[in-house]
Write a protein that binds this ligand. Structure first.
Ligand SMILES: [Fe+2]
Ligand SMILES: [Fe+2]
Length: 323
């Protein structure tokens, strides 16, 4: 037998040792042994996350040229640039799992890979930029704060850094909402309309309900996820309702009420048919988003070629020096 082929007994003992490390709260690092399934699940989850950061630049990038003041333009530009950084940072994380980034980008561009459903909704008014910062980045923080304790070291560390920037995004979004909430009746109406459109899609960002989430059990078992989709969604609602009250904005859910026994804000039924349609590619902007990414990729071909040529030249120089 090939000495590098693990026997089933080896696998079982390696798996037991791996699970003991997870149970002890240890961090798994790239060179550590890990079950192939753990590697696969992480690659799927991290690449979806990276794609979401990159596609997430599009709805807001749409407003950079139309931001209402230089200050707003600067902060929006910085935010969109941060999202690019988040994407690149997480792609680097997936590469520690032995995946080639080119392969992941190809999966996004040919429609095989998924990204967060929220970015398939259009940004129709300036208020959408405030509401995205408040709700969408707010939801991302709830999700990512828990991922900062994920068992895979490179992913957890990426989340710690990213969450700091997401907090800034949320604050700038909420500040935009505050200004509109205290503005003219037309501005308040514009804010309310944006909240009406983004509230439910924001709740969908946490993914399917626990009873219908095929990957959750495994991810929880290996502590990639530390809380279920429904637990995170409830936490987001509990955090967000008081903020809506402070803005004197109505959340579009007649069933929203505080359960004084549990302290939870209970909410109405999510339209899962809408969620699944958007995930299938039938959302309002799926086609537009992928087209924009494909065009950007094609337009950037010369940059990749130049970077490759430069790296080859540098290597050539290095060889000469070494010789
Ligand atoms: Fe981000
Ligand atoms: Fe963000």
């Amino acid at each position: 037998m090939n000495p590098t082929t693990p026997t089933p007994a080896d696998d079982a003992s390696q798996l037991a040792a791996f699970e003991a490390r997870i149970a002890a709260g240890e961090s798994i690092e790239p060179k550590d042994w890990m079950p192939e399934r753990y590697r696969k699940q992480l690659t799927r989850m991290m690449s979806q996350h990276a794609h979401s950061e990159i596609v997430g630049m599009l709805p807001e990038g749409n407003w950079i040229t139309r931001a209402p003041s230089l200050r707003r333009k600067l902060s929006l530009l910085a935010k969109v640039q941060d999202e690019a950084g988040h994407g690149l940072y997480i792609y680097c994380g997936t590469e520690t799992l032995g995946v080639d980034r080119t392969e992941l980008v190809d999966q996004l561009l040919d429609g095989r890979a998924k990204y967060s459903s929220i970015f398939n909704y259009p940004t129709l008014t300036w208020a959408d930029i405030g509401v995205i910062g408040w709700l969408v980045d707010g939801a991302a923080i709830v999700n990512q704060t828990v991922l900062a304790k994920a068992s895979y070291g490179p992913y957890a560390r990426a989340m710690i850094r990213i969450c700091k920037e997401e907090n800034f995004h949320k604050r700038q979004g909420y500040e935009i909402c505050t200004v509109l909430a205290n503005g003219t009746p037309a501005q308040r109406e514009m804010l309310q309309d944006a909240v009406n459109r983004f509230w439910w899609p924001s709740l969908m960002m946490f993914g399917p309900s626990d009873t219908n989430s095929p990957n959750s059990a495994e991810l929880l078992k290996w502590r990639v996820k530390r809380k279920t989709n429904d637990e995170l969604r409830q936490r987001f609602v509990n955090l967000t309702v008081p903020q809506a009250v402070a803005l004197r904005i109505t959340l579009p859910d007649p069933d929203l009420r505080l359960n004084s026994a549990t302290g939870d804000w209970e909410f109405g039924e999510i339209d899962w048919s809408e969620f699944h349609a958007v995930v299938r590619g039938e959302g309002p902007c799926n086609r537009e988003r992928l087209e924009a990414r494909r065009t950007a990729h094609e337009d950037g071909a010369w940059v990749r070629a130049a970077a490759t040529a430069y790296a080859a030249k540098q290597q050539g120089n290095g060889a000469t020096v070494a010789a």
